[in-house]
Design a protein around this ligand. Structure first.
Ligand SMILES: CC(C)(CNC(=O)c1ccc(Oc2ccccc2)cc1)c1ccc2c(N)nc(N)nc2n1
Length: 326
């Protein structure tokens, strides 16, 4: 007869999973950091006391396991495609014209912020997080599961026991990036050039305990495959991902015309500085899945999506940043 795990251990796992979801996925904390940390410490101590009740989806895995000798290569079940680029309204209108030529005039778009981070794939079996990987060359990536498990915004268990693979952008918030570079400067270590390099550098090193300290987060933006369920549109797919427990970006907008899309790009060129994370553009997707299927793919990109790239953010170099060699 299998021994029952102590009640308190199960209770702590449920509490920390619930609190973690509110804090890191919904950006809506229900307990203080101090209370969350105290409960986590209590769970870690209990799990050390009862190692026979180890569970791979316990919230305690967020602190990170032992360093790996190397990363395994993994093949994505469906390719992680790249996006064609648009640099102007003319390019966006050309895209809209191509879409209408292929699927007719009854077309709407979903616009999403293009987060400046590291593209990753997350595989769930019966709702449990099994494997996470970098994009790599789109077909083969590196298995960075151990590092991704330390990201609190990545659910270890979904609200439904589905087999699903999702794609998203792991990133380091601007505030965490600034603090990390201050800490590196203090000990004379090389600073990261930007949050994207900091996120990639944190996830592509072999020690999960180091990744756990980097305050990384993620936004999920695509379903790679999903068994036993069809979603009719992209925006309904994203809503489903949110219901499953994934962190999705609240700024996405369902647009009924390319004019609305252009207005959205102009809005975010202005507002990007107000975001707590860096973005390098906007991704525009034909919203209906039947029309996406009708349009298909080129060798490496979908015909039904495009990335509108922002001009590189001009870096204002303050006087104290310029070594005054007078
Ligand atoms: C649209 C897609 C390319 C994802 N989609 C896929 O990767 C993808 C992959 C196989 C698909 O189906 C196939 C299945 C088998 C073979 C070929 C295709 C469908 C979509 C993409 C890429 C980058 C994005 C980004 N940086 N930010 C946001 N917000 N969205 C993004 N969306």
């Amino acid at each position: 007869m299998e021994q029952q795990a102590p009640k308190r251990l199960e209770e702590l796992r449920k509490l920390l999973e619930e609190y973690g979801h509110h804090y890191y996925v919904l950006d809506n904390p229900v307990v203080s950091d101090a209370e969350y940390d105290a409960l986590m410490q209590e769970l870690i101590q209990l799990e050390e006391q009862y190692p026979q009740f180890f569970s791979e989806d316990s919230p305690s895995v967020r602190v990170g396991g032992e360093p790996l000798p190397f990363f395994e290569k993994v093949e994505h079940r469906s390719p992680m495609l790249s996006l064609g680029n648009a640099f102007s309204d003319v390019d966006l209108r050309d895209f809209d014209r191509r879409v209408r030529q292929l699927v007719g005039d009854n077309v709407t778009y979903t616009c999403e912020l293009k987060i400046d981070g590291l593209a990753v794939s997350l595989v769930y079996e019966k709702g449990k997080f099994k494997r996470g990987a970098t994009r790599g060359d789109g077909t083969v990536g590196e298995d960075i599961t151990a590092n991704l498990k330390t990201i609190p915004a990545i659910p270890l268990r979904l609200k439904e026991q589905v087999n699903i693979e999702v794609r998203g952008e792991a990133f380091m918030p601007k505030g965490s990036f600034e603090a990390l570079n201050v800490a590196k400067e203090k000990v004379g270590e090389e600073k990261f050039a930007n949050p994207r390099n900091a996120a990639a550098g944190s996830l592509r090193q072999l020690d999960p305990k180091l990744a756990a300290k980097r305050n990384l987060s993620i936004f999920i933006y695509a379903i790679g495959y999903l068994e036993e369920k069809e979603v009719p549109s992209h925006h309904e797919g994203i809503h489903y991902l949110k219901e499953l427990g994934f962190r999705v970006n609240k700024e996405s907008r369902h647009c009924s015309s390319i004019e609305e899309v252009i207005a959205y790009t102009e809005e975010w060129v202005q507002k990007r500085g107000e975001l707590p994370y860096e973005i390098d553009g906007i991704v525009i997707k034909v919203d209906r899945l039947d029309q996406q299927k009708e349009m298909g793919f080129t060798a490496k990109s979908p015909r039904w999506a495009i990335a509108f790239k922002f001009p590189a953010e001009e870096v204002v170099t303050t006087l104290e940043d310029i070594e005054l060699n007078i």
